[in-house]
Write a protein that binds this ligand. Sequence first.
Ligand code: ATP
Length: 229
Amino acid sequence: MAELRLGVLGGTFNPIHLGHLVLAESFRERLALDRVLFVPAGTPPHKRAEALAPALHRYAMTALAVAGHPGFAVSDVEVRRPGPSYSVETVETLASEWGGARLFFLMGSDTFLDLPTWRTPERLTAWATLAVGHRAGDEFRPAAAAAQAVLGRLGRRGWRRVPPEPGESADAVHAIAPDEVLLVEVQSLPVSAREIRRRLTVGQSIRYLVPLPVAEYIAHQRLYSAEPG
Ligand code: ATP
């Protein structure tokens, strides 16, 4: 049987929104992934705890958002683990839970530039191929010194573009060299969790920014509102 191609998309998902879902769907298509696993962070080491909904709520919203898509699933690996959520431990756990699967660790370009602040980011690449989503009009410059410094920190030699540039071989999705990072052209929506939280605090609508069941859950649980929930 062909090996299972598993994408891992971590995030605080505070809350999950259509930008995350479009990003994941682009990765799924571009990298021919069998499954994208959304991994809500339990206690993220990088984000300030204020305005962070409890992990179980963020997990529940993520589960509602991915329900009905056979290529999407949610993992509770970080939510059930006590202490800060370090991605390297997550990827190790998933590699053993999904023994034999080929793992792709997915992220937006802003997250890629943050990698040097993570715990042992170079060890991520021992378990998974890194894939960075590049959006049209995005400020991220893969050839710029900042991005090259992160590649160096990870011990990676360079980028492999997906889809390939004209004249390049089309095998990028299946035959990436071990010392490359995938730079994947993705679609994106100008939606941010921060703006959604801001809208909720002042009582504005978030319809069409998050899936309807997520909006209903937020209203029902009174998350992110100025009033105590
Ligand atoms: P916040 O606004 O609270 O900082 P965030 O959505 O940026 O939230 P995460 O939930 O941790 O933070 O994001 C998970 C991943 O989704 C990150 O890799 C981030 O780059 C990416 N991402 C977030 N929003 C978008 C978007 N609108 N389009 C594409 N990628 C996105």
